[in-house]
Design a protein around this ligand. Structure first.
Ligand code: B12
Ligand code: SF4
Ligand code: SF4
Length: 396
């Protein structure tokens, strides 16, 4: 049983309040020390009702369909927009940030078309797993020191982590919509602990974007309808990771060799100049995630994919979608040596893969090779979307 600091409550009301406040302060100090010790870079507190317009803006985002196929955002919108609906006992929200800053410029790989660009957040161990363990440990500490109930969330629960983190003062939501910190730039993972304890809230951070618009201007797919607003359906992170169907032709060439996620809007932020590389070894790239050559990805079968990407965010997306994305990158590579591998995927079991192999062959190969490939594979193709790929216009 955890030892509660409220075990010996004084009877005098004034003392209760003062004692509770002092205990809450002590709990917050202990929490902060422990969090920093575990490798978190920042820990601050806010109230569950501190996110202002964010809940209403979420509803607008959903009503405009900007979440695309992420139906889970819609089904739990009532809880997501207000932590008090998610958990009525919550009185304080502890927000934590973990620096996952890269040690090289993540945009460099975009000029190496033979390699797959895998975004920084996906290069190491899945941050859900890494952070959840630490958050659970901290939650135990909060429970022991305050005697109040706690709940832990990292990404998987319906919670608006960015507005909550901004309200707690971890940073501000930049025009790219992510949280920017003066210390860590755009490279902070966020995590949350909800508690029934009354902890002193911290002051919010103010917006330091000013007249800058670098993130908006760099986006290859025009995913920002305006500053501070994202249409996920146009975002390469959504298209390569969340989107289960075929990727629309208009996005394929702008995707270049981005195979898993996208870092462009984050990487160009001038506030990154104060950021340091993450010291968490679990977030370091492995051989499989350090922008692997496209030919390796094109040869992945399901079993090899699962083994290679076990424990990383890439595994969640599954082999078929990763190979779909790699075929788009192959089609953009201009590398004719990839043609045999691309052609071998014309008979893959997955229509997602077959469709993008048609697109990639048509982008890479000479007309006579394309004709021969079509004669061999079109008549036996039963999937309408794949058949259609032989007819669409291919910009060279
Ligand atoms: C859904 C989701 C996505 C979706 C949609 C992203 C989005 N911007 O909504 C997709 C798949 C595209 C995505 C991509 C990425 N994601 Co994501 N994602 C989430 C998730 C699960 C929910 C976000 C959400 O609620 N969106 C709904 C919209 C409505 O909320 P919002 O972004 O806060 O929108 C605000 C603004 O638009 C603003 N607003 C709207 N109109 C106006 C007008 C004015 C005038 C103003 C001032 C403001 C304003 O108000 C809204 C509410 O605050 C969170 C985890 C979580 N539970 O919070 C992670 C999370 C946001 N993702 C994260 C990351 C790392 C990424 C990527 C960088 C991954 C990558 N490299 O590929 C990209 C970044 C793309 C980008 N530019 O946002 C991190 C961000 C960390 C940080 N420092 O902010 C989070 C917090 C996960 C985590 N726990 O660390 N993600
Ligand atoms: S992650 Fe890439 S595609 Fe998505 S909004 Fe940022 S720059 Fe645009
Ligand atoms: S790039 Fe500029 S506009 Fe975008 S988040 Fe950073 S400071 Fe704000």
């Amino acid at each position: 049983m955890p030892t509660s600091i409220f075990e010996h409550r004084p009877t005098d009301r004034t003392h209760v309040t003062e004692a509770s406040a002092a205990s809450a302060d002590a709990a917050k100090t202990a929490l902060t020390h422990a969090a920093l010790e575990m490798g978190f870079d920042v820990v601050r507190v806010t109230r569950p009702d501190a996110i202002g317009e964010a809940g209403n803006r979420l509803m607008t985002f959903l009503s405009e369909g900007r979440h695309g196929e992420m139906a889970w955002m819609e089904t739990n919108a009532d809880r997501r927009r207000d932590p008090r609906v998610l958990w009525p006992e919550v009185r304080s929200v502890i927000m934590l940030g973990f620096n996952y800053g890269p040690d090289t410029n993540p945009l460099d790989v975009l000029s190496t078309p033979g390699r797959a660009a895998i975004s920084v957040y996906a290069k190491g161990r899945d941050y859900h797993d890494v952070m959840k363990k630490k958050l659970k440990e901290l939650a135990g500490l909060v429970e022991r020191t305050t005697g109040e109930a706690v709940k832990v969330f990292v990404d998987t629960a319906p919670l608006m982590e960015k507005p909550l983190a901004a309200a707690a003062g971890l940073g501000w939501q930049g025009k790219h919509t992510n949280l920017v910190s003066r210390e860590a730039g755009s490279w902070l993972f966020l995590g949350a602990i909800l508690t029934a304890a009354e902890l002193a809230p911290d002051a919010p951070e103010v917006d330091h974007c000013g007249s800058c618009s670098r993130c908006l201007d760099v986006c290859p797919t025009n995913a920002f309808p305006g500053p501070y607003q994202l249409d996920a359906r146009r975002c390469i992170a959504y298209l390569t990771i969340e989107h289960k169907g075929h990727i629309a032709p208009e996005f394929r060439i702008p995707m270049k060799n981005r195979v898993f996620g996208c870092d462009d809007c984050l990487a160009v932020c001038p506030w990154n100049k104060f950021a340091a590389a993450s010291s968490e070894m679990k977030f370091a790239a492995t051989e499989a995630t350090a922008n692997p050559p496209l030919d390796e990805l094109l040869q992945l079968d399901d079993a090899t994919f699962r083994t290679r990407y076990a424990g990383t965010p890439v595994k969640r997306t599954g082999r078929d979608r990763v190979v779909r994305n790699a075929l788009i990158a192959a089609g953009n590579s201009g590398d004719a040596s990839l043609i045999p591998l691309v052609m071998s995927l014309l008979s893959d079991a997955s229509p997602l893969v077959r469709a993008m192999s048609v697109w990639a062959v048509r982008r890479l190969a000479e007309p006579e090779v394309v004709s021969a490939a079509k004669i061999a594979s079109y008549p036996r193709e039963t999937d309408e979307a794949v058949r259609n790929e032989w007819h669409i216009e291919i910009p060279q």
